[in-house]
Design a protein around this ligand. Structure first.
Ligand code: GAP
Length: 493
């Protein structure tokens, strides 16, 4: 099982994710995406947008502001309900979510073993004295305060004066930007129900217990869809909102395996009535088997007409849809698939990570889907002392980079260069060698062919330079490696 430490260390070493403000000692639970991380995350967002907006006739996009009118958060219920119960340890002053206290191992000074200190597994009693946790799970000594409700929204001030009238909030979800623009989008795009509005953007939460790398942070990105359905409609004799909810659960569940996540690492979890958000009629989470255990990757909620009605009431503006068939105004119901971009990046990283043995040596490889791989092609010269080889490789990289993220690297021997590209998940390497360019001194002309090496099989084929773009075009359009490789002779490894 891949550990979180392995992923964190790879991410730092290879430029995926760095601790924020590291030179000042870092700031807890804030992370920066490095050169490869930003490519990976952009690719995740790009395929999400392509599949959910570009390819669908019933979806449009939006990019709303992070700062919104403060009344939005009163109307949405976030000011009153977006809270977690919090307790403090009176001894060590650590802070915990009251409802998650028994989900972590706890420190216990056991009276049955003369006060020896033990770590007891989460939710279990001490196997020596049978006691259950009542004190602080971290220090094992302090009493905990009674739970207090803590609002997770970050408060800030707009304008030069820090007064109550200037208070506003960093949005804790992107969704509200869609709800308040419902009528703008409807009128501008002349849409018919059912239709969806998609948005990718930052959200902020003052989490009580952030952590586990990019899994739970204060600042993160969401990829959200608000899919509006006519509540008066039925499909196969059932309420349309319920049928669309199921369709979206299926659609979103199938999305992750399409980009390489193993099916057995995903599961659906239905929310119990008591845990439903204040706006939800039903919610199902897609959970991923993270190194920290099964945890939420995406939530798919039926928010009913709660948000549109709340905003209509608070703003005095009608947020309705005219149902031509029934000649009446209706408030649409909303199905909301809400995914985390950062959590998706983490899941894709964890699932792609493999340690393999190749000819007696350990090979670390990220088996990213080609659409997600930060670097698509690495162009490598076999000998960096031969100017014709270097010039040809550099020129090739420049040509390929117009269509695919490509790099040139000559900082090590070829075997080492391949391993480095494997470790960051580059699906294809192109090697330029003596045969490609020939040897002018000996009067030999080159064959103008290069070697393509595929990451997962490590197979190599010999392809004429003029055919490279065509071959990569096919491969990045989804053709199987075998199909392309079958047309060319193998290269000597
Ligand atoms: N609009 C609905 C909503 O925000 P949510 O379940 O609170 O629902 C949706 O959040 C997704 O956003 C989660 O499934 C998760 O992927 C991501 N997410 C939520 N809080 C996060 C945090 N503190 N850090 C990273 N991702 C987070």
């Amino acid at each position: 099982m891949t550990t979180m430490d392995t992923i964190v260390s790879l991410c730092k070493r290879r430029g995926f994710v760095f601790q924020s403000s590291e030179i000042y000692g870092g700031i807890a639970s804030c992370w920066d995406y490095g050169p490869l991380g930003v490519e990976l995350k952009n690719n995740v967002k790009r395929v999400w947008w392509r599949d959910n907006v570009t390819l669908r006739a019933d979806m449009v996009g939006l990019d709303a502001a992070i700062l919104m009118h403060p009344t939005v958060w009163k109307a949405s219920g976030h000011l009153d309900h977006f809270t977690d119960p919090m307790v403090d340890c009176k001894a060590c002053r650590r802070r915990f979510r009251a409802d998650k206290l028994d989900e972590q191992p706890w420190t216990h000074y056991c009276p049955a073993t003369k006060g020896n200190k033990f770590e007891v597994p989460a939710g279990e009693p001490c196997r020596h004295c049978g006691a259950r946790r009542t004190l602080c799970p971290e220090c094992g000594k302090g009493e905990l305060t009674a739970p207090r409700q803590f609002n997770l929204m970050f408060k800030t001030f707009m304008g030069p004066v820090e007064e109550d009238a200037a208070v506003t909030y960093l949005r804790p979800e992107t969704a509200q930007g869609i709800f308040v623009n419902f009528d703008n989008v409807l009128q501008a795009m002349r849409l018919k129900l059912p239709f969806g509005v998609a948005q990718i953007g930052k959200a902020f939460r003052n989490e009580i217990t952030p952590g586990n790398f990019i899994f739970r942070t204060h600042e993160f990105e969401q990829m959200e869809i608000e899919f509006f359905v006519n509540p008066a409609d039925t499909l196969d004799g059932r309420p349309a909102d319920e049928v669309w909810h199921e369709r979206w659960i299926e659609e979103r569940f199938a999305w992750y395996p399409r980009y390489g996540i193993r099916r057995e690492h995903l599961r659906l979890r239905e929310h119990e009535k008591e845990e439903l958000a204040h706006y939800a009629k039903r919610t199902a989470d897609i959970e991923y088997k993270f190194p920290i255990g099964w945890s939420e990757l995406e939530g798919i909620a039926n928010r009913t007409d709660f948000d549109l009605k709340q905003h209509a009431r608070a703003s005095g503006k009608a947020l309705t849809y005219f149902d031509e068939e029934r000649k009446t105004h209706v408030v649409p119901y909303v199905i909301e698939p809400s995914a985390g971009a950062d959590r998706s990046v983490l899941a894709f990283l964890v699932d792609a990570y493999r340690e393999e043995e190749v000819r007696g040596e350990k090979r670390v490889v990220l088996r990213f889907h080609p659409d997600l791989a930060p670097i698509k092609i690495a162009v490598l010269p076999l000998l960096k002392k031969r100017p014709e080889i270097v010039a040809t490789a550099r020129e090739l990289r420049a040509r390929l980079a117009r269509r695919w993220m490509s790099v040139y690297d000559d900082t090590a021997a070829i075997g080492r260069l391949y391993r480095r590209q494997d470790e960051v998940g580059t699906p294809y390497c192109v090697t330029v060698d003596v045969q490609t360019v020939g040897d002018a001194e000996k009067g030999e002309t080159g064959d103008r062919k290069v070697t393509i090496r595929e990451r997962d099989s490590m197979e190599q084929i010999r392809v004429p330079i003029e055919e490279l773009s065509g071959v990569f075009g096919e491969l990045f359009d989804g053709a199987a490696w075998r199909t392309a490789a079958g047309r060319y002779p193998p290269a000597k490894g």
